[in-house]
Design a protein around this ligand. Structure first.
Ligand SMILES: Cc1ncc(COP(=O)(O)O)c(C=O)c1O
Length: 395
């Protein structure tokens, strides 16, 4: 950025010089013109270079079962940040990245990522769901972690080229999609706690199937904490996932899929469920904990709330006590609960465990909000329903 500003000034200066010299010396002016064009080329945005795989693996991978996040497509985008600016980046065959054991990301945790999905609609077009929203959130994560932000044009150009190149990797099967994983991490090779000067951005993709095949069983966690006020719970920092592993493992040993995190100060309010936001349905109203310092502002959550409002339902974004949730199950006012997230999309909750008791939630039926919602979202993605919210981005 700074380099570009400096070059712009030099360009203007040379431009003026060019006219002055032109009057006196044709030879000199030609030298100046040559220098000018060299500088202009230096400041020009460079094209993303593309190196294609020799042989695609797409047919063999898509022919098999698609577990979530197990297979990776042919190509990835890689760009480096140094001297205050992003390199133009390149698309190369998917593979390992050489790195030193001293890179600061793996010691001091400057690492952030995103998750979004591309779908193939009924007309065979490849559409990405709300990519700008994910990029905006990635830039929020970058600011909080003192990492460089990613310009919109730069990101979208890389995304378009990568997904277009690997368009055959977007599965057509019902419930499947191409999961897109942008990740940025600090690459300074140095021991010592300080912000890195260099970073790497990688975007790679994974053809994926369903995240949860059954209704989920959740355990309310009142001992361990995912995030606290003033921390980084509201961003997608890698460390947030590291802290969740141990308590989640304990819950899984008891037969639950995921944890419902509660607030760190009192453990009386629910926050989110594993890697999903949580939504309760009481009558014609959706209730969900508010966004804030400790909860990731899910793109799916936002989509669900927008659809509910569009359908004339009440939406309450407010603190929800565990006791309120449990009471609503006991007195049958809670008709449904579900998790929302890019990976799982809408995960209906079957059981909530709290304080040694498993509370069973009502079965979903075809008229359940979560079932109608899943179908509506899927239809928007497949191009069967008009995209009135402008969420689908065509590649
Ligand atoms: C902690 C956490 N909460 C919520 C979500 C849901 O967010 P989104 O709907 O944007 O995927 C995710 C997934 O990204 C997550 O990791």
């Amino acid at each position: 950025m700074t380099a570009n500003i400096v070059f712009s000034f030099v360009e203007i200066y040379l431009h003026c010089q060019f006219f002055v010299f032109k009057a006196y010396s044709r030879g000199l002016s030609q030298i100046m013109l040559f220098l000018y064009s060299l500088l202009k080329m230096r400041g020009m945005p460079k094209e993303i270079q593309i190196e294609k795989v020799k042989k695609s693996r797409v047919d063999e991978v898509l022919a098999g079962p698609l577990a979530f996040g197990k297979h990776f497509s042919d190509h990835m985008f890689v760009a480096d940040f140094s001297n205050g600016e992003w390199s133009s980046g390149k698309i190369v065959p998917y593979g390992h990245l050489p790195m030193s054991p001293g890179i600061s990301a793996i010691h001091y945790g400057q690492a952030i990522f995103e998750g979004l999905k591309a779908y193939k609609n009924e007309d065979g077009e490849v559409m990405v769901f709300r990519p700008i929203d994910n990029l905006n959130r990635m830039n929020e994560s970058a600011k909080r972690m003192l990492m460089p932000t990613i310009p919109v044009d730069f990101f979208m150009d890389a995304l378009k080229k990568l997904i277009h190149l690997d368009r055959d990797w977007v599965p057509k099967k019902q419930g499947c999609s191409l999961y897109i994983r942008p990740v940025m991490f600090a690459t300074d090779e140095a021991i010592g706690v300080r912000p890195s000067d260099t970073y790497k951005l990688v975007i790679f993709t994974s053809p994926s199937g369903m995240y949860f095949s059954d209704r989920v069983k959740l355990l309310v966690e009142t001992q361990y904490t995912r995030a606290s006020e003033g921390g980084v719970g509201f961003v997608k920092a890698a460390g947030n996932y590291g802290v969740s592993m141990f308590p989640t493992k304990l819950a899984q040993e008891l037969g639950y899929h995921q944890i419902i995190w509660t607030d760190s100060a009192t453990h009386e309010y629910i926050e989110e469920a594993g890697t999903m936001n949580i939504v309760l349905v009481l009558g014609n109203t959706l209730i969900t904990p508010p966004k804030g310092g400790t909860i990731l502002a899910g793109v799916t959550r936002d989509s669900v709330l927008s659809i509910a409002k569009h359908w004339g339902m009440g939406v309450e974004e407010r603190p929800v006590r565990i006791s309120e949730m449990i009471e609503s199950i006991k007195n049958n006012t809670l008709s449904e609960a579900f998790g929302t997230g890019t990976a799982a999309v809408i995960a209906s909750v079957g059981v909530i465990g709290y304080d040694g008791v498993d509370y069973i939630l009502p079965d979903s039926s075809s008229t359940s909000f979560s079932v109608r919602l899943s179908a509506y979202l899927s239809d928007i993605r497949m191009g069967k329903e008009e995209d009135i919210f402008g969420w689908m981005f065509k590649i």
